[in-house]
Design a protein around this ligand. Structure first.
Ligand code: NAP
Length: 324
């Protein structure tokens, strides 16, 4: 089968297509014939040899934490009735997904609801799990003002919709007019281009001068810091990423003084571990038409390097997929 390997740490060009032996399902496992593999932003950082937290994989390795496809075969003790089912699944160890065939744990499989496109289900598998968890942790109340940073991105596009559906008034930030149009289309009441000077004043204006009650910050760096500084007293500042290169860190004493609760990166560890319920919920919401997966671009498997380059150039909306 063909796989995409990170052959060494470096730019997108280190991604190469290789042929390796087909995998076989062991006990408790299935082989999935992959149709779509999703790419997470962090994979571009790990490929460069930079980690915002998790251990660095050692090249050569096959990246890819989630796939969608059809069950091709099952291990000895697994229900043979699974063969042919349309599923999405995370991959063991969050790797190996950029491949024609993937071994997955039968317990990790999620059947794709009728009426939901496999590409959309694949896009929602990991981002849906994370977004639903972050949203729950932030305990948003109707009428609250919510700032979603990188709101046209994979997580951002879902957080905008979840907050909106909870009755919040959403301000979404992103870089450039095209992305802001996407964010407005997802239900944000106001959009702000945070690549422009003075953006934070626009956020204040859009929140009645008071600042947001809740901030979802996946960008970090100076943009995250500025967002923390306008978070309203009594608010929550939720950190989930570092797409700028560094996550926002807040001195607990400063947060106390400002009356802001910080939901830090440590919330992610729990979201990565405790089963599939949130992803199942996200897929059900999408099948019911209440949550839209934003799939920006889909590249053929062998063009994974182009896909990584597009993500790093901030040239894609929402989720980027590889099609196999
Ligand atoms: N997806 C998950 O389930 C998950 C789980 C845990 C942690 N995270 C973390 O959460 C963050 C967002 O993840 P995501 O998957 O939803 O990614 P994403 O938002 O789809 O992509 C990252 C976005 O960050 C913005 N950005 C700001 N500065 C950037 C820079 N210097 N280089 C590249 N992009 C920059 C870009 O939007 P603009 O062009 O609009 O600025 C870009 O679209 C990442 O740090 C990720 O590691 C994600």
């Amino acid at each position: 089968m063909r796989v995409v390997q990170v052959t060494r740490f470096g730019g997108p060009e280190v991604l190469e297509t290789r042929t390796v032996p087909d995998p076989v399902a062991g006990p408790g496992e299935v082989v999935v014939k992959v149709r779509f593999a999703e790419i997470n932003f962090i994979e571009t950082q790990l490929r460069r040899g930079i980690t915002p937290g998790p251990p660095l994989p050692e090249p050569p390795y096959v990246p890819g934490a989630g796939v969608g496809g059809l069950v091709l075969s099952v291990g000895d003790d697994v229900d043979a009735g699974l063969v042919g089912r349309r599923v999405v699944t995370r991959t063991p160890g969050f790797g190996g997904g950029n491949a024609e065939l993937v071994v997955a744990r039968a317990a990790d499989l999620i059947e794709v609801p009728d009426g939901l496109a496999l590409a959309d289900a694949t896009a929602l598998l990991i981002d849906g799990n994370t977004a639903v968890g972050l949203f729950a942790n932030a305990a948003i109340r109707p009428g609250e003002r919510v700032l979603v940073q990188a709101a046209a991105g994979g997580l951002g596009s879902l957080l905008v919709q979840l907050a909106r559906a909870a009755g919040a008034r959403v301000v979404g930030t992103a870089g450039g007019a095209a992305k802001l149009a996407v964010v407005a289309g997802l239900g944000a009441e106001a959009t702000v281009d945070y690549s422009r000077p003075g953006w934070i004043q626009e956020v204040l204006d859009a929140t009645g001068g008071r600042g947001p009650d809740v901030v979802f910050d996946g960008v970090g760096g100076e943009l995250g810091r500025q967002a923390f500084e306008v978070t309203a007293r009594g608010g929550r500042f939720s950190v989930h990423g570092a797409s700028s290169g560094s996550a926002t860190t807040v001195d607990p004493a400063e947060a106390d003084r400002r009356g802001v609760t910080v939901l830090g990166l440590d919330q992610l560890a729990a979201l990565g571990q405790d089963g599939n319920e949130r992803a199942v919920h996200a897929l059900a919401e999408a099948a019911a038409g209440r949550l839209k997966a934003v799939v920006g671009r889909t590249f053929p498997l062998e063009r994974a390097a182009e896909a990584h380059a597009a993500i790093e150039a901030r040239a894609v909306n929402g989720k980027t997929l590889l099609e196999v």
